[in-house]
Design a protein around this ligand. Structure first.
Ligand code: C2E
Ligand code: CA
Ligand code: CA
Ligand code: CA
Length: 277
């Protein structure tokens, strides 16, 4: 038993070393990737539920690694947050989205509102509202075309500074959305304290809409709450027509999902804008 234990430990420790190395490798690759412009934004269209019209898009980060190919943000965002690299990466995301909106507008296209994901780590460092103001001024784009998405859990992580930060973001003229809504600890009183424009219903509830799962009750409650508080409600991860039907019946305002379109490169989204205009 002693030997086995020892072997187990040796195996475990080798495994840990391998993991630590892999982490370090990924961390270095991220830094290099930023310097070598390996990052790119994809855009997932957002549609109006009632009219079916295109309303805008969510910008989603992609990493085109020369060897690994297209790397998903779920693979590298957590590490970027831990190492602090998210500030630079997230800063780039905001600048790139603003530049892209400006470029589309210069081409006579109307992309509507473009949402960007902002991490709580990014909010904690530096002065995000000031940075946002600077970006829209430098790029020459109206802030009302930008929507800042913050997850419900990241609001919690901000603590005391939340109310102040959120109102400063809205004062820039940009819109504010709470992402993954329903998965955190929101309550009515909390929503009253933070003035936001939109609630995004988490995909996990939407995917349960068509089954007999608990999704329907929660989705109903979020939409009712949004209507009572005069907030736009958007569903994410809509994959089935049956889900869209339920959302329409409940009065959900907008949606995104594979049913209509997956995230796509900027050029493809521009083609969609031309077709839809
Ligand atoms: P999220 O903000 O909740 O983004 C929605 C995710 O759902 C996206 O995954 C999108 O591609 C995916 N999705 C959209 N429609 C459907 C659908 O119908 N079915 C299913 N199964 N999935 C759908 P993606 O692009 O892999 O991004 C994953 C997460 O990474 C995002 O979740 C967000 O938390 C984070 N992320 C992405 N870009 C950024 C960024 O620029 N900054 C930060 N801080 N986080 C980002
Ligand atoms: Ca999001
Ligand atoms: Ca989300
Ligand atoms: Ca989600």
């Amino acid at each position: 038993a002693k030997l086995a234990g020892k072997n187990t430990f040796a195996f475990y420790s080798a495994d840990m070393t391998r993991l630590a190395r892999r982490r370090l490798e990924l961390e270095e690759a991220l830094t290099t990737g930023l310097a070598r412009k390996q990052f790119e934004l994809f855009y997932q269209p957002v549609w109006d539920v009632a009219s079916g019209q295109l309303k805008g898009a969510e910008a989603l980060l992609r990493w085109r690694h020369p060897e690994w190919g297209l790397v998903s943000p779920v693979e590298f965002i957590p590490l970027a947050e831990e190492t602090g690299l998210i500030t630079e990466l997230g800063g780039w995301v905001l600048e790139e989205a603003a530049r892209q909106i400006r470029q589309w507008q210069d081409q006579g296209l109307d992309p509507g509102v473009v949402a960007v994901n902002v991490s709580s780590k990014q909010l904690k460092r530096g002065h995000f509202p000031g940075f946002l103001r600077q970006v829209v001024t430098e790029v020459g784009v109206s802030p009302r075309y930008l929507e800042v998405e913050l997850t419900e859990s990241s609001l919690l992580a901000l603590g005391d500074r939340t109310t102040e930060l959120l109102s400063e973001i809205r004062e820039t003229g940009a819109r504010l959305a709470i992402d993954d809504f329903g998965t955190g600890y929101s309550s009515l009183s909390y929503l009253r304290r933070f003035k936001v424009d939109k609630l995004k219903i988490d995909r996990s509830f939407v995917s349960e809409l068509s089954s007999e799962g608990g999704g329907l009750g929660i989705v109903k409650a979020i939409i009712a709450m949004g209507q009572a508080m005069d907030l736009e409600v958007q569903a994410e991860g809509v994959e089935l027509d049956s889900q869209l039907q339920v959302l329409a019946e409940l009065g959900c305002d907008s949606f995104q999902g594979y049913l209509k379109a997956a995230p796509m490169p900027a050029a493809e989204f521009a083609e969609l804008l031309v077709r839809e205009s």
